[in-house]
Design a protein around this ligand. Structure first.
Ligand code: ADE
Length: 228
């Protein structure tokens, strides 16, 4: 899978060198590239923002550098590109969307700053061939920019690609695979720690009962209740 992130802070993506994603890059399962939006400006100040039409606080990102930067990525590709525009106004990211994105040949993240990217950029690429546009939010809160949101999505998506995670069983078992249930609580040795014992059922060896218990506990947790 190809992943490209366009940003005015490409250095933000340095942690992708680490851990699982780093391994996926080493083994050429994921090919990641960060692009500096300012490389697609032509004035001395490398301007990427301007005041909003209609007035209001803050600055809006100009469409021209975005158009040029995205075109440069598209021109180099003969694959269908999923253009992911990060915005708090987008569709909420979740495990289903992660699964959908994990089938993409090329994810292109547009990481806006300030009050966002001129809305015509999304409109323009919606009618471009070889591009699917997704406006995505990672939650109901406002970040300073899309970089951290892109990192969250990259981590959630790349771990679903075969070969990225050591043990594929751990993916299959994740209860987010079933809508509405979150993972059950996990325990390891010692069986008694600071007066807290591991639930007896887990020591019983009864796999049927253990599976039932885990489902119930997962459901409690997904309602925000502590496990029992
Ligand atoms: N940019 C600013 N806030 C964001 C959010 N919650 N999700 C995605 N991109 C954003």
């Amino acid at each position: 899978m190809k992943i490209t992130a366009i940003s005015i802070f490409p250095e933000y993506f340095a942690p992708l060198e680490l851990s699982l994603i780093g391994k996926a890059r080493e083994h050429k399962i994921v090919d990641f590239k960060a692009v500096n939006l300012r490389d697609y400006t032509y004035d001395n100040h490398h301007t990427v923002d301007d005041t909003p039409y209609g007035g209001g606080a803050g600055m809006v990102m100009k469409p021209e550098p975005w158009g040029e930067a995205i075109d440069a990525v598209i021109d180099k590709s003969d694959q269908l590109i999923d253009l992911v525009i990060l915005t708090p106004a987008g569709k909420q990211f979740n495990q289903r969307v992660a699964e959908e994105f994990s089938n993409s040949a090329h994810l292109l993240f547009a990481c806006g700053r300030y009050e966002g990217i001129d809305a015509r950029v999304a409109d323009f690429y919606r009618s471009a061939k070889n591009v699917r546009v997704h406006e995505i939010s990672i939650g109901d809160y406002v970040l300073n920019g899309g970089e951290v949101a892109a990192m969250v999505i990259i981590e959630a998506v790349t771990r679903l690609i075969p070969g990225v995670i050591g043990n594929p069983d751990s993916l299959a078992e994740e209860s987010h695979n079933e809508l509405g249930s979150v993972e059950y609580p996990s325990y390891t040795k010692p069986a008694l720690w600071r007066g807290h014992a591991v639930p007896e059922i887990l020591l019983s060896g009864n796999h049927g009962e253990i599976a039932k218990w885990r489902t119930t506990q997962g459901k409690l947790r997904s309602k925000g209740e502590p496990h029992k």
